[in-house]
Ligand binder design. Structure first.
Ligand code: GLU
Length: 376
């Protein structure tokens, strides 16, 4: 299947645990050498390459006599500590065969949530790229607890794309791409080669599957494509078990899924940070009028349109906006705490001062601090 070729300047490639590890639990040396060869060649051709590699937990598990992803966080973290050093040592060795220097970067979600740390990570990555080094990124699993976790490396890879303004994300997994149904269960399932509009229909196709040794499934890959799309990035989901897959995808010759970013264009760096680097602390449920004002008219959120507040949050936190039918359509920075909002919910802005004793803002979320999620 030939797809249209696009020029690629800055590429993030994500490799899943299932591709790094053999079924017996050892490093899949042949596969990793093949990836290293293709990426080192691309680098020499001038493409700036960043690798996001899973596999730390998967490679550490056998040392701890574990067959599958353990339930306890402590065991997962111990496995990651063992596996990560094994992983990076082998990457260094195998990339070295192609004269390519690599560097290890371990990130937690907290590193990207804090604007200062976000910019710091960005500078480090830019410098490595400028010096022709291929950064190899993984989640810092040994210290990641739920609060600060990306959760899976698909989301991590999309956030890395945002962080360093990549133009292309390639997610390598063990099937050819997104199918009309689960190909392991449905013989009539067909591959979807191109997704021009990543809407709910497409999201619904990606079931929430998980793997024995990794965390992502097709659902998390589609979510990653959504995050990348907000930055105008093209995503390819392709089969890492196939020889020369990275080169073939870039040459437009692979059987894979190519997900286009939305035509609406790219969000600013600050809005991407608000919408995708921050984790929402709570939810504001709004009525249809307010949803229309936010999504169609580009207005700010006022207390009068709010019908419910969920969870505790403070001034300045990120929150989701959902409608009455539970569709999460926006994320923004809130000007009032959940306690204050409970007091002014449904009220006209002119009443805020009387009720709270002061009024810092008319808007609960200002339009400049609001990112529409349904538009991506
Ligand atoms: N960071 C995990 C690891 O290296 C993998 C997470 C994932 O499977 O997405 O083992």
């Amino acid at each position: 299947m030939t797809q249209s070729q696009r020029p690629v300047q800055r590429l993030v490639v994500k490799i899943g645990s299932g591709l790094i590890r053999t079924p017996e639990g050892r490093l899949n040396e042949d596969a990793v050498r093949q990836y290293a060869k293709q990426l080192a060649t691309l680098r020499k051709q001038g493409v700036e390459v960043i690798l996001v590699s899973s596999g730390a937990i998967a490679l550490g598990l056998p040392v701890l006599q574990q067959q599958r992803m353990p339930r306890t966080i402590a065991l997962q973290q111990a496995a990651a500590a063992i596996g990560q050093s094994h992983l990076i040592r082998n990457y260094e060795r195998l990339f070295g065969r192609f004269d390519q220097q690599v560097a290890q970067i371990l990130l937690t979600h907290a590193d990207l949530r804090d604007r200062g740390r976000y910019l710091n990570a960005r500078n480090t990555l830019q410098t490595l790229i400028a010096y022709n080094v291929i950064p190899i990124i993984n989640e810092n699993d040994t210290v990641s607890v739920d609060e600060i976790r990306f959760g899976d490396n698909d989301s991590l890879s999309a956030m890395v794309c945002n962080l360093i303004d990549a133009d292309t994300l390639m997610i390598l997994t063990d099937i050819d791409g997104l199918y009309s149904a689960d190909p392991r269960l449905d013989p009539d399932a067909v591959l979807i080669p191109v997704v021009e509009n990543l809407d709910r229909r497409i999201e619904a196709l990606a079931g929430r599957t998980t793997h024995a040794t990794g965390r992502g499934g097709m659902y998390s890959k589609i979510q990653a494509a959504k995050i990348a799309g907000a930055s105008g990035i093209h995503t390819y989901i392709a089969n890492g078990l196939k020889p020369d897959i990275i080169t073939q995808v870039l040459d437009g010759e692979a059987r894979c899924t190519h997900i286009h970013p939305p035509v609406a264009g790219k969000l600013s760096s600050r809005k991407r940070w608000i919408g995708y680097a921050l984790k929402a602390k709570g939810t504001i449920v709004v009525d249809d009028g307010a949803k229309h004002a936010l999504t169609i008219q580009g207005k700010s959120l006022l207390p009068s349109g709010i019908i419910e507040i969920r969870e505790d949050f403070d001034f300045g936190d990120a929150v989701y906006c959902t409608d009455a039918s539970e569709t999460r359509f926006a994320q923004g920075l809130v000007n009032y705490s959940s306690q204050e909002l409970l007091a002014i919910i449904g009220q006209h802005t002119s009443r805020i001062e009387t009720i709270l004793g002061q009024k810092a803002y008319d808007e609960v979320i200002h339009r400049d601090n609001l990112v529409l999620l349904s538009s991506v």
